[in-house]
Write a protein that binds this ligand. Structure first.
Ligand code: ZN
Length: 430
């Protein structure tokens, strides 16, 4: 049955997000390493380092970027922009700079959002060697004419792309893939909420007896999934279903974007969970825009991997800005996302087909203590309806999820009914 969201899990996730929030991450570099090292306190993930220059399909693993300091000072030597105040202040992958220049010369390198004058945008220039700063529009407007001193103490040099992987073997070699990106700096919902949820799901998998195997990936967006896919092409054939997790901590309702296939078991399981949460309209068709599902669902792989979010990327005004902060994500929403994703993977884990051992008419359930003989369908308890549906549709074809969908009953009840019928010897696995 559906249980109340485990708030303690949400609180633990929020705490983890707060711990990781100050780290200056990018698609490569020590920020990702520090993040993964912290996560190793929660799950024994393996850290992989893929050298700069490694070809990965049409891409090449980029140079490694690290930044130690970045600031802009005015003519009086006062700090106007300072990386130590916010990791968003420097454009990610900025090349090193140390020079004096006028406001007019500096201005094209300063990024703000005029429509949201209090917040700092998040910008990157990963694949071109350039530099810049981000700041609130109010602060930009307050900058006086005159000379400014600019420092970006960074390195962009051969190194590695770092990602984390945690594999939990089950009875079956078939895998569930859970993937999140860990390349954004101090952004709570887009990035760290997915990292925290993936971590907690990893902890949960480690303590369960599982039929399926589980693979948890903590990767830099786009280049990380491309790199993992390039290095693990053979393993992808074992992926039975997967989820990309991002933006799972805001106050919006849950959303599921289907895999490119659209009819994979993960798509049906997620749609079932969202319908029973009263948000069926939040199931969306696949689109080649969003997070790493774009790579998992590229035509050469076409993996059954969907994307689970609350408010999807780009659909909340705080997206990719300093407003996506620790107050923007709540323990309640994080706990609710944990509960929803757990339900989805449990359906994949437990879904199977059964066959009635004696399919001629209904078996006498009352004699077996399974039926209370209430007259009339309207009075039948859900569990008794679930028993009748499983008995009727267990012909070896329909799965428990198919039955749950056709009956309009939550999967967990149908699963429970099947367990009762199994123990009474009325059905067997197909
Ligand atoms: Zn993002």
């Amino acid at each position: 049955m559906l249980s109340a969201p485990p708030l303690a899990v949400g609180e633990a996730m929020h705490q983890l997000i707060a711990e990781l929030f100050p780290i200056c991450r990018s698609i490569t570099g020590d920020g990702v390493r520090q993040t993964l090292a912290r996560l190793q306190e929660h799950v024994p993930l393996t850290i992989h380092e893929v050298p700069t220059g490694t070809p990965v399909f049409d891409w090449i693993v980029p140079k490694e970027w690290n930044v130690r300091d970045a600031w802009v000072k005015n003519a009086r030597g006062e700090l106007v922009i300072d990386l130590r105040q916010s990791t968003l202040h420097v454009v990610s992958y900025s090349v090193p700079v140390r020079r004096r220049l006028s406001l007019a010369e500096l201005r094209p390198r300063l990024h703000s959002i005029p429509g949201q004058p209090d917040i700092i945008p998040y910008r990157t220039n990963y694949y071109r060697e350039d530099w810049g700063f981000c700041l609130s529009h109010n602060r930009l407007e307050a900058m006086e004419d005159g000379e400014y001193e600019v420092c970006i103490d960074s390195t962009l040099a051969p190194g590695a792309l770092t990602y984390g992987e945690y594999f939990v073997p089950g009875v079956s070699p078939e895998e569930i893939l859970i993937s999140c990106h860990c390349c954004h700096p101090s952004l709570a919902n887009d990035n760290l909420s997915g990292v925290a949820l993936t971590t907690m799901l990893g902890r949960r998998a480690a303590t369960q007896r599982l039929l399926l195997s589980y693979r948890f990936l903590f990767i830099p967006a786009t280049i990380g999934s491309i790199t993992w896919l390039a290095c693990n092409q053979a393993a992808t054939t074992r992926i039975k279903g997967g989820l990309v997790l991002s933006c799972v901590g805001d106050r919006g309702p849950v959303t599921y974007k289907k895999s490119r296939r659209g009819d994979a078991s993960i798509d049906h399981a997620a749609a079932h969970v969202l319908r029973h949460r009263g948000v069926p309209e939040r199931v969306r068709d696949f689109a080649p825009y969003g997070h790493d599902e774009r790579q998992y669902c590229s035509p050469g792989f076409n993996l059954p991997v969907g994307c689970f979010t609350r408010t999807p990327n780009g659909e909340f005004p705080e997206y990719h800005s300093s407003a996506d902060d620790l107050d923007f994500v709540t323990a309640e929403s994080l706990a609710d996302s944990y509960a929803a994703v757990t339900e989805i993977v449990e359906i994949i884990e437990q879904n199977r087909s059964y066959v009635r051992l004696n399919p001629m008419c209904e078996p006498q359930l009352g004699r077996r203590g399974l039926y209370h003989g209430l007259a009339g369908r309207a009075q039948l308890a859900d569990v008794e309806m679930a028993l009748l549906w499983v008995l009727n549709l267990s012909d070896g074809g329909a799965s428990l999820l198919d039955i749950a969908e056709r009956a309009g009953i939550h999967f967990s009840l149908v699963r429970g009914a099947a367990d009762m019928l199994l123990s009474e010897g009325l059905i067997r696995a197909a």
